[in-house]
Design a protein around this ligand. Structure first.
Ligand code: SAH
Ligand code: SF4
Length: 427
């Protein structure tokens, strides 16, 4: 979501005579788009601001801006810690940038943080997409779920779906521009459309509409909330040949008591059922997940359930993190249940080890199989050109083929599996 926001920010600025530079030192305007999902990412943002603050001392003409979730959540902290910052703007204020930029150009210090979004038709502005193959489209912003560990509902606000016609128009432009993959984004994509009166506006129907756009491209969607995945969505994924057979469904914990403490609305057994249902329908599907190690009060036995779930469910890949207390959140206030850092990180290490083991097993299943891939980049190695691609099910596949280029689709027979990727040959 941050990457997508950054592309939109760069696009808006291009309407006002700004262009991106590859050399940060040449920049007259420096913007840091921040994430506050964990403390580490927020700390990184402050440390980058410090570097820029020093630069501003020798070059007072540069302007410094900070946006994203840290800005949304901690404007007073930023003003105190980094008084040299010219512009602080929140996650709801991106489309206000045209007027904010004019004000800082006139040497005003500006702070634009609102709790409700400044809305516009996003197609009115250019989007400076970074990738030449994949294009991100946010379909729903914010989150209503309030998982007890998570800061997102506080930094991104309540769920707001974008109008389907706006999304379709953006997708049509993307396909015309030559992109080969569209990734629909949302904290909980299954909630798409629930805030509209028209009950036909659903993720499933959006996929059907996107599938009917002419051209050779594929569509993904992230992130799915386990208990919100509907049969209609599964049917739509099945019906639509352009939609990848891939689901990112964060489980967070393999223990039902911890899931309840996290305010996740499903049990371990319900998560198992949804995975089973999807695997039955799509034999080649990849299912990936997110897990948190060391949630407040998590016992060793409860953590063991997470390791067990990762293995039993044969999850294809998982993002993992040690629990990081966040302001405003319920779990962040459970200080008497916080686990010592060494316990959290020791569990995280074991979780990562299990992840590696399970990913390798998942990759090995594909040896001898033919996968349709999309070529994303090329690497020159020992006089050879290696094509780096991604299969429909999100597996990374490397192969050699001098006849193919970035943005081409290819069929590849898998010959070797490693923990994080597959190798193959063209067929
Ligand atoms: N909307 C998605 C997740 C968005 S946040 C969902 O519901 O699954 C991305 C991931 O960051 C989460 O899945 C979670 O695993 C992790 N995360 C969020 N808050 C965290 C925290 N306080 N500490 C550690 N990891 C966290
Ligand atoms: Fe955070 Fe939960 Fe919303 Fe995901 S569903 S963004 S984890 S509150």
């Amino acid at each position: 979501m941050n990457k997508s926001d950054s592309e939109r920010i760069a696009g808006i600025l291009s309407h006002f005579g700004y262009e991106e530079t590859d050399n940060e030192k040449d920049a007259e305007l420096l913007i840091i788009n921040t994430c506050s999902i964990r403390q580490l990412s927020a700390d990184k943002a402050y440390s980058q601001l410090g570097v820029w603050g020093k630069r501003k001392k020798t070059n007072p003409n540069i302007k410094i801006a900070i946006c994203g979730c840290v800005a949304q959540q901690d404007k007073e902290g930023i003003k105190k810690r980094a008084p040299y910052v010219d512009l602080i703007f929140g996650t709801h204020n991106i489309y206000e940038l045209p007027s904010l930029i004019k004000r800082i150009e006139n040497d005003e210090k500006v702070c634009a943080i609102t709790n409700t979004p400044v809305v516009c038709d996003q197609n009115d502005f250019e989007i400076k997409r970074k990738d030449s193959v994949n294009a991100w489209i946010p379909i729903i912003e914010g989150c209503n779920n309030f998982c007890t560990y998570c800061v997102v509902p506080f930094t991104r606000g309540r769920e707001r779906s974008r109008r389907p016609e706006e999304i379709i128009k953006e997708a049509q432009n993307i396909v015309k521009e030559g992109f080969k993959e569209i990734t629909l984004l949302g904290q909980n994509v299954d909630s798409y459309g629930k805030d509209f009166e028209d009950k036909n506006i659903t993720l499933a129907n959006l996929l059907r509409q996107l599938n009917s756009i002419d051209g050779e491209f594929r569509v993904r969607f992230v992130t799915s909330y386990p208990s919100d995945i509907t049969d209609d969505l599964i049917n739509a994924v099945d019906e639509c040949d352009k939609v990848c057979k891939y689901f990112h469904i964060p489980m967070q914990s393999g223990n039902s008591h911890i899931l309840e403490e996290m305010n996740r609305h499903y049990t371990k057994a319900q998560y198992y059922e949804i995975v089973e249902k999807i695997r039955k329908r799509f034999p080649d599907v990849a299912i990936t997940s997110d897990f948190i190690a060391g949630f407040p009060g998590e016992t060793e036995e409860e953590f063991q359930d997470t390791l067990e779930a990762m293995e039993e469910l044969e999850l294809d890949y998982s993002n993992t993190a040690a629990y990081s207390p966040r302001v405003f959140t319920k779990a962040g206030k459970m200080t008497d249940k916080f686990l010592p850092e060494d316990v959290k990180y020791e569990r995280l290490n074991r979780l990562n080890e299990k992840n590696r083991e399970v990913c390798l097993k998942s990759n090995e299943k594909f040896i001898g199989r033919i996968l349709k891939v999309l070529i994303e980049s090329k690497t020159e190695k020992d006089g050879k050109t290696i094509l780096n691609s991604r299969a429909d099910n999100n597996k990374i596949v490397h192969f050699e083929d001098s006849t193919k280029n970035i943005g081409d689709f290819a069929n590849v027979k898998i010959t070797k599996a490693q923990t994080w990727c597959l190798y193959g040959e063209p067929v």
